[in-house]
Design a binder for this molecule. Structure first.
Ligand SMILES: C[S@@+](CC[C@H](N)C(=O)[O-])C[C@H]1O[C@@H](n2cnc3c(N)ncnc32)[C@H](O)[C@@H]1O
Ligand SMILES: [Zn+2]
Length: 267
């Protein structure tokens, strides 16, 4: 984590500012302490850990574990799934073209996974600094190796999309792909993406439709078991977007297998 990133961080439990103990820049090992509630969050191998094990419940806990082991083959699985949808590079670029930024700003990818979108974000004119959060340490470690291999500076955080460890209104672009359908609390996650976005920011959220989810039942080991075979059908969370948002738009993408939900926080 870059030392300057401390200015963006806030306690995910109480929202207060944090202090940092740790050497070097970036900080590889250290401690973040909340000035409000006193909670402590470790930084290990450069990744601040905002997820106490007791804070992981329900579907979030099951998916964090599923992705921890699935992270070994995630990139291969994604490549195959995207090949069926029309090609990974083409489809990821298409999705990212929905994002907006003036180039000097900060982009947050909520649920960054192994960083599959990074090759198409880094150096894209208009996107500035990139920050990524995920609930699975396995996924984040793979993302970190990818960034180190490529020499990309991306700050990563272990945390829950429903309790983002950031101050209000610090990001100029907020993006999520691929996880929200099965979060514990989709409404809270959307409210959090809005909270951390600056006024005027466009927020882009995309995930699979129900038929995509059904294909996971056939192809993704452990997926059905995760729901104990009682899964609610997927519904794009458009009704969870507050009415105060502007330009709310829900579109079917990729031959109707996925949806893209976009809206703008009022200036
Ligand atoms: C299908 S992957 C998508 C990863 C990446 N966005 C991509 O495009 O390849 C879904 C990701 O959501 C993450 N995730 C699941 N529940 C989460 C939560 N409550 N908060 C943050 N991330 C979560 C998983 O760990 C996983 O990495
Ligand atoms: Zn606190």
């Amino acid at each position: 984590m870059k030392r300057s990133t401390l200015d963006l961080l806030a306690c995910p439990a109480c929202g207060s500012a944090l202090t940092l103990e740790g050497e070097g820049n970036p900080v590889d090992a250290g401690l973040l302490r909340c000035q409000g509630c006193g909670r402590e969050f470790l930084i290990r191998e450069g990744i601040p850990q905002f997820l106490p094990p007791e804070g992981l419940t329900g579907l979030n806990r099951r998916f964090a574990h599923l992705y921890d082991w699935f992270s070994y083959v995630y990139d291969l699985y994604a490549r195959i799934a995207f090949a069926f949808l029309g090609g990974e590079s083409r489809r990821r670029r298409e999705l990212l073209s929905h994002l907006e930024s003036d180039g000097s700003g900060r982009l947050l990818e909520v649920s960054i996974g192994t960083g599959g979108n990074l090759p198409y974000m880094i150096g894209k004119p208009g996107l500035g600094e990139i920050y990524g959060l995920d609930i699975s340490l396995g996924q984040l470690r793979r993302c970190q190796s990818r960034c180190r291999r490529k020499g990309w500076e991306v700050d990563l955080f272990l945390g829950n999309a429903e309790q983002l460890p950031f101050k209000d209104e610090v990001f100029d672009s907020v993006f999520h792909f691929g996880g929200i359908n099965f979060f514990n609390d989709r409404k809270k996650a959307i409210a959090e993406m809005i909270r951390v976005a600056r006024p005027g920011t466009k927020i882009v959220i995309s995930d699979e439709h129900e038929r995509g989810a059904r294909s996971y039942e056939l192809t993704l080991p452990g997926f059905s078991r995760t729901f104990k075979r009682k899964r609610e059908p997927v519904r794009p969370p458009v009704e969870l977007v507050p009415e105060t948002m502007e330009d709310i738009r829900l579109t079917d993408i990729w031959r109707g297998w996925f949806y893209c939900l976009e809206f703008r926080k009022r200036r």
